[in-house]
Design a protein. Structure first.
Length: 66
């Protein structure tokens, strides 16, 4: 288990991008009629959060600063 408990730039960036994706997808579902294109854009953004995390991890931004 890591000592940083997710308090790294890589983890926070991935969480922010995923949160944005959930908001976009949720807005797509709340529209009347439901807009599935916006929903799927949100899903793609959530999946991009994983890519952001992996790229930042490989760049060395998933290490503890203390």
């Amino acid at each position: 288990m890591s000592d940083n408990h997710g308090n790294t730039p890589a983890a926070w960036s991935a969480v922010i991008v995923a949160l944005l994706g959930f908001v976009v997808g949720g807005v797509g579902l709340m529209l009347s009629p439901v807009n599935m294109v916006i929903f799927w854009v949100g899903v793609v953004i959530v999946l991009a959060a994983a890519v952001v995390f992996v790229v930042m991890d490989k760049a060395g931004l998933h290490t503890s600063g203390h």
